[in-house]
Ligand binder design. Structure first.
Ligand code: GDP
Ligand code: GDP
Length: 436
């Protein structure tokens, strides 16, 4: 869960997003099929020689109308705060600029390892252009061409060396959760209200790699929780903390470290594109999900309000039909006391293991109700199914031919499994595999 993080910094147009996309590679995604989503991607997973890491393009976190130098400064600050290793990108075509020097000074003062990457060195003759960058005082410059994918291997080798030893995951019974959502939906207020409940014993857990502070508490039922800090949450104030991009990046990082993600919506404002994207990420990451509609106190309600809201949620978040919805108010504390219990429940469902014999009964019954599909005269045959993982529960179905398992049939099997067992709040995965 605690993968190291690489941040990309540099003035506009040096090639940050080109390099980001090269390192992050392509990722196929079922909820990212809307235009514009991949274009402004700023946070992704990368992998180099078996080592996994996260990568942030700080250039994608726009600070709207701030002066140029201020924006660059904030991006450097975000990199220092969020990452383990920083790539400072400069351009071999333009040489050293004032902005490069300015960013270098900020980065130099932090104790984070900085790798100086000279981009746009598209051919060997240009390699002599890199020497002037020694003046930035950040050590050896690495010549690369993001556009042609040249030289990035050396950069990633260097980055991996700076990541240090891989941390081993410890198994425990603590439930890790986070509140994710747009700025101002009420995440901090919810946290404060939750932690302010009687009988909740609170302590701070120092972040392992960064200065982020997670909060540990024990609920009335005796269950231990760790609330992952989505930051900006506990110590608000910086300009960029209220931008959607920054909030999105923080949310993605929090999701990654959580078992359960509470997707917080603002009842007053309804559902926005951002909400769908963030929920989509949690779903794809296999996290248990609860949809929390906050500021419920602000609505003029009648008998239909809750039902109408639910209908909206169900039609906007189609792939989240398994997620329970809670209507709460951080202000009046309405229904807040039910939240820890609900988190505990979905977390249990996420770790449920179904014995193969019972599972196969359900699958065979399913096939009897709704025969397997055929394609070009060939019928899908299901031989056997078994659960291979939890968090999220993952089922492998052994078949004659993988391609015959259409999305709609997998969906049908998922629904039958959901009818037979309690998987409320957790995504489940079904993987078809050819029997050898
Ligand atoms: P950002 O603003 O730092 O994210 O920069 P972009 O990645 O958007 O790139 C800015 C411009 O530089 C684009 O027109 C890219 O095509 C171009 N560019 C990026 N990498 C290279 C490279 O290695 N060589 C050359 N010649 N152009 C590049
Ligand atoms: P965050 O940016 O998501 O952490 O949101 P905050 O917790 O800072 O809340 C944003 C604003 O919404 C603040 O002015 C809060 O007082 C207000 N707020 C939060 N929760 C509620 C609620 O349940 N009801 C009402 N009426 N206002 C709320």
């Amino acid at each position: 869960m605690t993968k190291p993080t690489l941040a990309i910094v540099g003035r506009p147009n040096v090639g940050k997003s080109t390099i980001f996309n090269r390192i992050a590679g392509e990722r196929i995604s079922i909820v990212e099929d809307e235009p514009g989503v991949t274009r402004d991607r700023i946070y992704a997973q990368g992998e180099w020689l078996g080592r996994e890491f996260n990568i942030i393009d700080t250039g994608g976190i726009e600070m709207s109308d701030e002066p140029f130098m201020e924006q660059i400064k904030h991006q450097a600050e975000i990199a220092i705060e969020e990452s383990d290793v920083i790539l400072l990108i400069v351009s071999g075509r333009e040489g050293v600029t004032d902005a490069d020097e300015y960013v270098s000074r900020i980065l130099y003062k932090s104790d984070k390892p900085v790798i100086l990457v000279v981009n746009k060195v598209d051919n060997p003759e240009m390699r002599s252009d890199i020497y002037e960058f020694y003046s930035l005082g950040l050590g050896d410059p690495f010549p690369v061409s993001g556009a042609h994918g040249i030289g990035l291997g050396d950069v990633l080798d260097e980055a991996c060396q700076n990541f240090g030893i891989e941390e081993q995951e410890e198994e425990d019974d603590i439930i890790r959760f986070s509140l994710i959502g747009r700025p101002n939906v009420g995440k901090s207020s919810l946290i404060n209200a939750l932690l302010g409940e009687d009988r909740v014993i609170v302590s701070n857990v120092a972040g392992t790699t960064r200065d982020a502070i997670d909060t540990s508490f024990v609920s009335a039922s005796g269950q231990e929780f760790i609330m992952i800090d989505t930051a900006g949450m506990r110590k608000k104030g910086k300009v960029y903390e209220n931008t959607e991009k920054y909030s999105m990046m923080r949310s993605l990082r929090a999701i990654e470290r959580s078992d359960v993600a509470l997707v917080v919506l603002n009842a007053e404002e309804g559902i926005r594109e951002y909400d769908k994207r963030i929920a989509g990420f949690a779903h794809e990451a296999g996290k248990a999900i609860i949809i929390v509609v906050n500021k419920w106190d602000t609505l003029e309600k009648d008998n239909h309000t809750m039902k109408e809201f639910e209908e909206d949620i169900r039609s906007e978040f189609r792939y989240l039909d398994y997620a329970p919805i809670m209507y709460v108010s951080a202000k009046t504390k309405q229904r807040l006391h039910l939240l820890p219990e609900m988190i505990e429940e979905v977390s249990q469902n996420q770790t449920l293991r179904i014995p193969s014999s019972v599972l196969n009964d359900v699958i065979m019954d399913a096939v009897a109700i709704n025969p397997t599909p055929t394609d070009k005269g060939k019928r899908l045959k299901i031989f056997y199914a078994t659960q291979v993982a939890i968090k999220p529960p993952t089922f492998v179905v052994f078949v004659n031919e993988e391609e015959l398992m259409h999305f709609s049939y997998a969906r049908f099997l998922e629904n039958q499994i959901r009818k037979a067992f309690v998987f409320e709040g957790t995504p489940i995965r079904i993987i078809a595999r050819r029997r050898k």
